[in-house]
Design a protein around this ligand. Structure first.
Ligand SMILES: NC(=O)c1ccc[n+]([C@@H]2O[C@H](COP(=O)([O-])OP(=O)(O)OC[C@H]3O[C@@H](n4cnc5c(N)ncnc54)[C@H](OP(=O)(O)O)[C@@H]3O)[C@@H](O)[C@H]2O)c1
Length: 254
């Protein structure tokens, strides 16, 4: 089989959380273009309908919208069921939903704020992985979206960084537990990507300049630049990669 063929996902089903915009939307369109049926999970129904239409145009044989709050375990289980019942299978899960929530130093962080950020960025990934595990066949793949904040100090974003470090640790352990089943589990850890999440930073010239000054490639990433790394982890092209965290950060951590 050629390398190009190993990157195809024809006949497979992929569930993407956080699919309504940004990195998750791009992930869904990338998997759709590779031939997968996609199940799109997030809270915003109208945005998901737009992504579903774009996924069908990109080549997805089916694009199912599953309105889901990842804080709600039953809703995540229902999204997995929608994939299995709607397409007869589930091969790839990409846990993208997340966000920074707020900026505060540790000393000023409210405990309920801490819990919310951990819930959105770490518990949600645990719940997504747990709901999917019983359904993924040999050759199945989970990709969890972490962040460079899981590796470095992130002043003002301690809860977010701790959650993302937790996602990396969860991924490693699950990779070992799932390996006997032939299921691979990996992380994608982006650096600074131009999305709604980071709009405040890239739309302010001074803040943006200060941030990209730390990036050896000297610029923000566009979401399209995560497509190749994601597809590598999701497809058979990455068949010997498990427990890994693929950092896509323009050299920031180098
Ligand atoms: N942008 C960056 O520079 C960057 C860097 C490293 C890591 N990341 C990570 O990449 C992921 C996506 O970030 P992004 O930049 O694409 O952010 P974004 O544009 O703000 O998108 C966030 C996505 O998460 C979904 N989401 C948020 N809360 C949710 C909930 N409770 N239930 C279901 N879905 C929820 C949103 O959908 P709804 O609002 O429709 O629910 C949306 O689809 C996050 O995990 C983020 O931490 C981003």
């Amino acid at each position: 089989m050629s390398v190009e063929e190993t990157l195809r996902l024809d006949g497979r089903t992929a569930l993407v959380t956080g699919a309504s915009r940004g990195i998750g939307r791009q992930a869904a369109l990338t998997l759709a273009a590779a031939g997968a049926s996609v199940v799109l999970a997030a809270r915003s129904k109208e945005e998901l309908a737009e992504v579903a239409a774009a996924a069908r145009r990109a080549g997805a044989p089916d694009a199912i919208v599953a309105v889901t709050d990842v804080l709600d375990e039953e809703a995540v289980e229902a999204a997995v069921a929608a994939a299995v019942e709607g397409t007869g299978r589930l091969d790839v899960v990409v846990n993208v939903a997340g966000g920074q929530g707020f900026t505060a130093y540790v000393a000023d962080t409210r405990t309920d704020g801490w819990d919310k950020v951990l819930g959105l960025n770490l518990r949600s990934v645990f719940v997504g992985c747990k709901a999917a595990m019983g359904h993924l066949p040999p050759g199945g793949s989970i990709v969890n979206v972490a962040s460079i904040a899981g590796f470095t100090a992130s002043p003002g974003l301690a809860a977010y960084g701790a959650a993302k470090a937790g996602v990396i640790a969860l991924t490693r352990t699950l990779a070992v537990e799932a390996a006997p089943l032939g299921v691979r589990v990996n992380c994608l850890a982006p650096g600074w990507v131009r999305t709604e999440l980071t709009r405040r930073m890239w739309s302010d010239p001074e803040t943006s300049r200060a941030l990209v000054a730390q990036v050896p490639l000297g610029r923000w990433a566009d979401v399209e630049e995560l497509a190749g790394p994601l597809l590598l982890l999701a497809s058979d092209a990455g068949s010997y990669i498990t427990g890994a965290t693929l950092v896509v950060d323009g050299g920031l951590l180098a």
